[in-house]
Design a protein around this ligand. Structure first.
Ligand SMILES: Nc1ncnc2c1ncn2[C@@H]1O[C@H](COP(=O)(O)OP(=O)(O)OP(=O)(O)O)[C@@H](O)[C@H]1O
Ligand SMILES: O=C(O)c1ccc[n+]([C@@H]2O[C@H](COP(=O)([O-])O)[C@@H](O)[C@H]2O)c1
Length: 204
């Protein structure tokens, strides 16, 4: 089982964090991770499996072990790494996980990655303004969610720290208080649709 990636210890690595339920992991996650890796000039993307999204019901959620295995199955173990570090950090909310992660890897430069649907709901996350101050945020488009994301409460509140997408290659140099909406090819796939078709994080 993949545990704590050590890459962040070695040098001032630029690491994209894709937090997710991965119930199951799918091609949309992989596409996002690959695109971010290249366009943000990252050293790695960590598929950071959440012990449990505080806003999602537990019903229908596969076990942490199954979801981690599912994320490992799409990772390459080199540039894209699945990790159980959020479970190990022992925090329930992203804001606390990110704070602990920065203490654990003081030399790393983290960037928080998320799809447009997550930005649309971001203002419901615990201490979301604080999250935006902890590390740069990069939003990738997702069919059906982009207009809501741009019109969201969080996007409106953060408008003064929005950076143009052309700044994406240097965004990891910011300590926080910077975000961008990165135009990218879109993928309509979702874990919900996969579960509805019978594919779950426990499927071998
Ligand atoms: N097709 C996609 N395009 C862009 N971003 C995506 C896509 N799928 C997932 N993401 C992003 O990846 C992160 C983790 O997503 P998650 O594991 O919840 O998958 P999901 O497909 O959104 O799941 P569900 O349908 O169960 O809500 C979130 O930031 C989400 O916005
Ligand atoms: O901390 C919060 O309040 C919070 C609320 C909703 C979602 N999150 C995080 O958002 C990430 C994406 O979650 P999900 O379920 O949409 O894949 C994952 O890392 C969750 O822990 C975090």
């Amino acid at each position: 089982m993949v545990s704590i990636p050590t890459y962040g210890d070695d040098r001032r690595s630029a690491i994209g964090l894709l937090g997710g339920s991965f119930n199951p992991a799918h091609a949309g996650h992989l596409q996002l991770a690959r695109y971010a890796l290249m366009h943000l000039r990252l050293d790695q993307v960590w598929l950071m499996v959440t012990p449990g999204n505080p806003l999602k019901p537990r019903e229908g959620m596969a076990s942490f072990a199954d979801r981690l295995r599912s994320a490992e199955a799409i990772a390459d173990g080199r540039c894209i790494v699945a990790t159980d570090i959020e479970m190990r950090l022992g925090a329930r909310y992203t804001v606390e996980s990110l704070r602990r992660l920065k203490l654990r890897f003081p030399r790393a430069r983290f960037v928080w990655l998320m799809g447009a649907d997550s930005l649309a709901n971001f203002s419901r996350w615990r201490r979301w303004r604080r999250i935006a101050s902890l590390m740069p945020l990069v939003i990738l488009p997702r069919p059906g969610s982009n207009a809501d994301a741009i019109a969201s409460r969080a996007a409106s509140w953060m408008r003064h720290i929005r950076r143009p997408a052309r700044r994406a290659p240097v965004l990891s140099r910011y300590k926080g208080d910077a975000w961008t909406f990165l135009p990218a090819p879109q993928n309509g796939i979702s874990a919900t649709a996969l579960r509805d078709s019978g594919i779950t994080a426990g499927t071998p």
